[in-house]
Design a binder for this molecule. Structure first.
Ligand code: M6R
Length: 620
């Protein structure tokens, strides 16, 4: 959701803080702000809207006027209170001496707010966060922690309920930031004579690759000389340092006009890297998985929980796992999972799929599954994030940082990783022979080259999206594994172009949705391979004819050499041949381009940051 950044060092903190915010803006862009501690005073600037607005404001003042070498910064995805200047972070205490930035939700904020107001302090914003600034000043000005910044900040942390990362500064202590976290991320970057804080490593990857991840209910005190980690009572705790294994280039656009376009083009590598090292001496090896073959043999049911695109990857896992392993697979959006009392026990394997590893709905589903005794395997793209930390085991996707809010390369990597889990289950339970597993793995391994070919459709899709203009609504149809692809295509279009889009199982069309078809309505149809299961193919060809007869403009995604669809396609997008289960890793790609290009045709130029959205949804 929101992003926080912090810096203490020798350089101009403003510059470093703003650059960090630029890299973190994908996490939230309702407002942005920065507090620089200088000459015993705070200099706070904040502004509604994207970071560009804050940059303009700072430039207007003149960057040279910010001389301090300590700062905290924030980009916001609004929860409590509208996105406006007043609700933007940092929030400053009533005495003007302390400032805080906060990511998450303070659940006991109503009680704390009452306490602050009873002390005669007037709240200026509608946020839950502002109380933390006032509580810090109250603790620092009076009582047992008076005059002790670190102890005051820890005292505030102890009083907060909910999920939060909070960074505290005080102008009497210009070279120190105190921070703490519970259930939302906080990473320390360790530089030479400078120390950084960020919601993720993108905040400081330009300066250092040495990082330390804070554990649950841990705090950190940073200065230019280093850091000290404690619990909320101030007792020293050990946190594990790690080295970041991707570089600045991976977090930048690399010549593309948007992160999303760059990430679409990185999909061959994302799939290749996710598969790499998992087929050794003829066997599937899930080395990061920490579940034994015996554990996998004992699984009687698989339950996939995830949200959004990750959920669609889970739908594909259901087709693959049931087909290869012959165990029942249930799938549910994580936000519904725990409320309907799902049937789980020790023999249930819960597959929790999440790019960020921070999604609150998925995290709560994991927690619920664990209370029911189920084993949880996370499929995740973010090293050391909360979902893998709380799961029994993890299989990392290696898509690299995904900055565009619309998931693209992470989705394809999730599908590949889910399939690896299916193959590992099939191997452990003996439902597939070794040579069959090798064949499937080889088909997976051949995909990156085929995805490269699909990327060449870009120009054709650009033209197509111009021809489709104006688009008010669009439908997506698929059968079998084409159905989740249709859902994913519709989701991409909704979130990027802000137009009504729906995905349907093609067979369901005649049960209602066909009433939506009218003259000129664009309908995307994902056609299964004619060589795989012919019955699927012939049925969908009939469906295309049915909608064409009612005036739809058909955009058909079909395999090379599939001549049967030609007479019924207004627009034909060709993808390479592959087996049915592998096709989603190819057929999704044109839909990503289509959504991005239609979005731009509809006037949304900033496809990396669609309105109202955030990259990690850390609230339920
Ligand atoms: O980080 P996660 O994979 O848990 O995120 C899940 C969804 O929020 C995410 O896939 C979302 O639907 C994307 N914006 C889709 O493009």
């Amino acid at each position: 959701m929101c992003a926080i950044v912090g810096y203490v060092g020798q350089a101009q903190a403003l510059q470093i803080g703003l650059e960090a915010l630029e890299r973190m803006e994908y996490r939230g862009y309702d407002s942005a702000g920065i507090a620089v501690v200088q000459k015993g005073a705070l200099h706070v600037e904040k502004k509604e809207g994207k970071l560009a607005n804050l940059l303009e404001q700072v430039d207007h003042i003149g960057r040279d006027n910010f001389t301090g070498t300590t700062c905290i910064g924030h980009t916001r995805w609004a929860t409590h209170g509208r996105p406006n200047d007043v609700n933007a972070h940092p929030h400053v205490s009533f005495d003007g001496k302390a400032a805080i930035v906060h990511n998450g939700i303070i659940e006991n904020f109503a009680t704390l707010r009452e306490e602050v107001e009873n002390a005669g302090i007037e709240m200026t914003s509608e946020t839950d966060s502002e109380v933390a600034a006032h509580l810090l000043a109250l603790a620092y000005n009076d009582g047992p922690t008076a005059g002790d910044f670190e102890a005051s900040a820890l005292a505030v942390l102890r009083r907060l309920d909910g999920a939060f990362t909070v960074l505290f500064t005080h102008c009497d202590h210009p070279g120190t930031i105190v921070a703490g976290r519970r259930s939302t991320p906080l990473i320390v970057g360790v530089g030479d004579g400078e120390t950084f804080l960020g919601s993720d490593v993108a905040a400081f990857i330009a300066h250092t690759k040495k990082a330390v991840e804070l554990g649950q209910d841990n705090a950190v005190i940073i200065t230019a000389d280093g850091y000290r980690t404690t619990d909320f009572d101030g007792n020293d705790v050990e946190c594990t340092p790690f080295t970041i294994d991707w570089d600045l280039e991976a977090a930048e656009k690399g010549g593309f006009d948007s992160f999303m376009m760059k990430e679409i083009h990185e999909q061959p590598a994302a799939v290749r890297d996710t598969l790499a090292g998992h087929f050794v001496d003829g066997r599937i090896v899930l080395d990061e998985q920490r579940l034994s073959d015996e554990d996998l043999r004992g699984v009687e049911k698989v339950f996939v929980v995830a949200c959004g695109s990750a959920y669609h990857s889970g739908l594909l896992a259901k087709y693959a796992i049931e087909h290869w392993v012959r165990v029942p697979v249930e799938i549910e959006v994580a936000s519904e999972f725990r409320y309907r009392d799902p049937v789980l026990d020790q023999r249930t394997l819960v597959l929790a799929v999440s790019q960020s590893g921070e999604t609150a709905d998925t995290l709560e589903a994991v927690r619920h599954a664990k209370t029911q005794g189920a084993r949880v395997l996370a499929v995740c793209n973010t090293n050391g994030s909360q979902i893998p930390r709380e799961s029994d085991a993890v299989l990392y996707t290696h898509a690299g940082p995904e900055i565009g809010v619309a998931s693209t390369k992470a989705f394809l990597a999730q599908v590949a990783a889910n399939y690896l889990v299916g193959l590992a289950l099939a191997q452990a339970r003996g439902t597939k022979f070794a040579d069959e597993i090798a064949d499937i793995y080889n088909a997976l391994e051949a995909l990156p080259e085929k995805i490269e070919k699909v990327l060449k459709l870009r120009e054709q899709i650009l033209e197509l999206s111009k021809e489709l203009r104006p688009v008010k609504t669009m439908l997506f149809l698929g059968r079998y594994v084409g159905f989740p692809v249709a859902l994913e295509g519709a989701l991409k279009l909704k979130e990027l172009a802000y137009i009504h889009a729906e995905g349907f199982a093609a067979g369901e069309l005649k049960h209602g949705p066909i009433a939506l078809i009218e003259e000129g309505l664009p309908v995307v149809v994902v056609v299964p391979s004619p060589t795989g299961r012919p019955v699927l193919h012939s049925k969908i060809v009939s469906n295309i004819q049915e909608i064409r007869a009612r005036g739809a403009r058909t955009i058909v995604i079909a395999e090379e050499g599939d001549a049967a669809v030609e007479p019924f396609a207004n627009y034909l997008l060709r993808i390479p041949n592959t087996s049915s289960l592998m096709q989603p890793l190819l057929s999704t790609v044109p839909l990503q381009f289509l959504a991005a290009d239609i979005a731009r045709e509809c006037g949304n130029q900033d496809i990396d940051k669609p309105r109202n959205l955030a990259k990690s949804v850390t609230v339920e």
